[in-house]
Design a protein around this ligand. Structure first.
Ligand code: RP5
Length: 178
C-alpha cells in the first residue's frame, strides 16, 4: 500500500519487521481504514533493510505522517530505532515469537532507555495500536474523535447484549453456544 497524501488530513504509518507480522497488525489497519484515516503500510526490517528503515523514518514527517505503529518480534529493535530517527510518536507492537512467546519482543520494545520513548501495547496488540494511534490523532481531529466514541458505544452495546443473554440462558447453555 503506497501513501498518497491527498490533503492535510492525518496520516498513520504501520510498519512491520516481516510480512509474518502482518496478520497481527491487520485488525489495527482495518479499524483505521474504517475510520477513513490515510495509511502507509510498509515492511521495513531494522536488521535486514536498515537503510530503507532509516529513509522511511527520516522522511516520515515531510510526508505528513502523524503517528507510526511499528510491529516487531524477537530482538524487536524496529520501533526503538524508528523512534530514534524521528520525533513522531511511535507505538510498538510486540509480536508473539516462537521461542519466547513474545516476552522477548515485549521487553525489547517496552524497555526503551530514557530519552527516546516508545508507547507499547500488549503482545500481539495490533488492534489497540490502531485505536491508540487514532486517539492521538483524535486530539486535534473531531471527526476521528467521534469515530472512536462510536466504536466505544458499539463494544459497550455488545457486552450489554452478552450480559442479558447470559442472564437469560445461564452459564451452561451459554458455554455450549460459544
Ligand atoms: C522480526 O523477526 C520480525 O518482526 C518478525 O516478528 C520476526 C521473525 O521474522 P521472519 O523470520 O518471520 O521473517 O524481524
Amino acid at each position: 500500500m503506497s501513501l498518497k497524501v491527498v490533503d492535510q488530513s492525518p496520516v498513520i504509518a504501520v510498519v512491520m519487521g516481516s510480512d509474518s507480522d502482518l496478520a497481527i497488525l491487520q485488525p489495527g489497519i482495518k479499524i483505521l481504514e474504517e475510520f477513513n484515516i490515510q495509511l502507509e503500510v510498509r515492511i521495513l526490517s531494522a536488521h535486514r533493510t536498515p537503510l530503507e528503515m532509516i529513509n522511511f523514518a527520516e522522511g516520515a514527517e515531510k510526508k505528513g505522517i502523524d503517528v507510526i505503529i511499528a510491529g516487531a518480534g524477537g530482538a524487536a529493535h524496529l520501533p526503538g530505532m524508528i523512534a530514534s530517527l524521528t520525533t513522531i510518536p511511535v507505538i510498538g507492537v510486540p509480536i508473539k515469537s516462537k521461542a519466547l512467546s513474545g516476552v522477548d519482543s515485549m521487553h525489547s520494545i517496552l524497555q526503551m532507555p530514557s530519552g527516546i520513548p516508545v508507547a507499547t501495547v500488549a503482545i500481539d496488540g495490533g488492534l489497540n495500536a490502531g485505536l491508540l494511534a487514532a486517539q492521538i490523532i483524535g486530539i486535534s481531529d473531531a471527526k476521528i474523535k467521534e469515530e472512536i466514541s462510536n466504536y466505544r458505544s458499539q463494544i459497550h452495546k455488545e457486552v450489554i447484549k452478552k450480559d442479558n443473554l447470559l442472564k437469560q440462558i445461564g452459564t451452561e447453555v451459554y458455554l455450549n453456544r460459544m
